[in-house]
Write a protein that binds this ligand. Structure first.
Ligand SMILES: Cc1cc2nc3c(=O)[nH]c(=O)nc-3n(C[C@H](O)[C@H](O)[C@H](O)COP(=O)(O)OP(=O)(O)OC[C@H]3O[C@@H](n4cnc5c(N)ncnc54)[C@H](O)[C@@H]3O)c2cc1C
Length: 303
C-alpha cells in the first residue's frame, strides 16, 4: 500500500494510536470481519480533520467506526482506513443547568450515568445501548419508547470538504433508525449537545436499572450480535413475524436466530459474514412468503 507509511507517520505526529492489518472482528460486537489496512483511534477533532484531509487528498477509502455495535463486516476485510471514534475521543461536560455536551466517541451508557449523577432525566431509555454517542446519532438509536431525537439539540460534524459544520436537531432528519448522517456517510460527527430535564437521581437510577434488567432478561447478551438484526417493519415487529414463521433457532454455520429473542441473529461461534447473510436472506424470504412483510437489515454492512 503506497500510502501506509505516510499515514502511519501522520498518526505518530498526531499522537494517534493506529494498527495496520487490524482484524475488524476485534472491533465489532458481532465478532465478525476481516482486516482493514489501517485502523486509527481518533483522539481529537483537529486530528480527525488532518487525517480526513490526507485521506481525501489521496482518494483513500475510509469508514467511521464507533463501538462497532451495529456493524456486519465482511470476512474479506475492508480495503481502506478505519477511523475509530470511541474512547480516545470521549469527553462529557455539563454546559448548562439541563444541558450536556459530549464528544462523539463518548459511550452512550457513560453519558446516561453522567446524566443520572447530575439528576438529569431523559436518557434513561438509552442505558444499555452498547454504542457511542456518534453512532447513536447516526442511527437515531432508540429503545423503550425513547430515541435520540427526543433529547439531542445540536451537533457538530466535518462535512465532505472537512469543514466544521453545525446542525440543529430539526435539520438532522431524525426518524426511525435514520438521520441526515446516514444519508451522508462521509460526514463525521464530532460532538453532540443534549437537552434534558431536572429529575430525581434515585428515580432515574431505578428506571435505568429496570430497563437494563429487561434487556438482560429478554436479549441474548451472552452471545456476540449486532442487536436487532432487522428494522421494525411498518405495522408489525420483526421478532414477532420471525417467531410466527417458526424460525427461532434456524441456523447457517455459526449464525443462529436466537431462541431467546427471535429479532437477534447471534454468533454462536465462528460465524462468518456469509453465514449471517445466508441466514438473514432465508429469514427474509420465509417471512415475506408467509406474511407479506419485507424485512430490512438494520446493521450497516462494512465491506
Ligand atoms: C446487544 C445489543 C443491543 C442493542 N440495542 C439497541 C437498542 O436498544 N436500540 C438501538 O437503537 N440500537 C441497539 N443496538 C445497536 C447499536 O448499539 C446502536 O445502533 C448504536 O447506536 C451504534 O453505535 P456504535 O458506536 O456502535 O456505532 P457503529 O456500530 O460503530 O456504527 C454504526 C454507524 O454509525 C456510523 N458512525 C459511528 N460513529 C460515527 C461518527 N462519529 N460520525 C459519523 N458516523 C458515525 C458508522 O459509520 C456506521 O455507519 C444494540 C446492539 C447490540 C449489540
Amino acid at each position: 500500500m503506497p500510502y501506509t507509511n505516510e499515514l502511519c507517520g501522520l498518526c505518530r505526529k498526531l499522537c494517534c494510536e493506529y494498527k495496520t492489518e487490524e482484524p475488524l472482528k476485534k472491533h465489532t460486537t458481532f465478532k465478525i470481519g476481516g482486516s482493514c489496512k489501517i485502523l486509527i483511534n481518533i483522539n481529537s477533532s483537529d486530528t480527525l480533520a488532518e487525517i480526513l484531509k490526507f485521506l481525501k487528498k489521496q482518494n483513500i477509502r475510509f469508514f467511521v467506526l464507533g463501538k462497532g455495535s451495529n456493524i456486519l463486516a465482511d470476512d474479506n476485510g475492508f480495503d481502506g482506513v478505519i477511523l475509530k471514534i470511541s474512547k480516545d475521543f470521549s469527553h462529557i461536560e455539563k454546559t448548562g443547568e439541563t444541558e450536556i455536551f459530549c464528544t462523539s466517541g463518548t459511550s452512550l451508557s457513560e453519558l446516561c450515568i453522567y446524566a443520572m449523577e447530575n439528576s438529569l432525566s431523559g436518557l434513561e431509555f438509552a442505558y444499555g445501548i452498547p454504542g457511542t454517542v456518534g453512532g447513536a446519532l447516526f442511527m437515531n438509536a432508540g429503545a423503550y419508547g425513547g430515541e435520540l431525537k427526543d433529547v439531542v439539540t445540536s451537533a457538530h460534524y466535518l462535512n465532505e470538504k472537512c469543514e466544521i459544520c453545525s446542525a440543529e436537531s430539526a435539520e438532522m432528519s431524525l426518524s426511525y433508525r435514520h438521520s441526515v448522517f446516514s444519508e451522508n456517510p462521509d460526514w463525521v460527527i464530532t460532538d453532540v449537545t443534549f437537552s434534558l430535564n431536572k429529575g430525581d437521581r434515585e428515580q432515574i437510577r431505578e428506571k435505568m436499572n429496570e430497563l437494563m434488567h429487561k434487556r438482560k432478561d429478554k436479549q441474548p447478551l451472552d452471545f456476540p450480535s449486532a442487536g436487532s438484526t432487522f428494522k421494525r417493519p411498518e405495522g408489525s415487529y420483526a421478532s414477532l413475524l420471525i417467531e410466527q414463521c417458526g424460525l427461532k433457532g434456524l441456523n447457517v454455520g455459526g449464525a443462529e436466530v436466537s431462541t431467546k429473542h427471535s429479532g437477534f441473529v447471534i454468533n454462536k461461534g465462528g460465524a462468518t459474514f456469509e453465514d449471517v447473510i445466508e441466514l438473514t436472506d432465508k429469514v427474509k424470504k420465509c417471512v415475506y412468503e408467509k406474511t407479506g412483510y419485507s424485512l430490512e437489515l438494520e446493521p450497516i454492512i462494512l465491506k
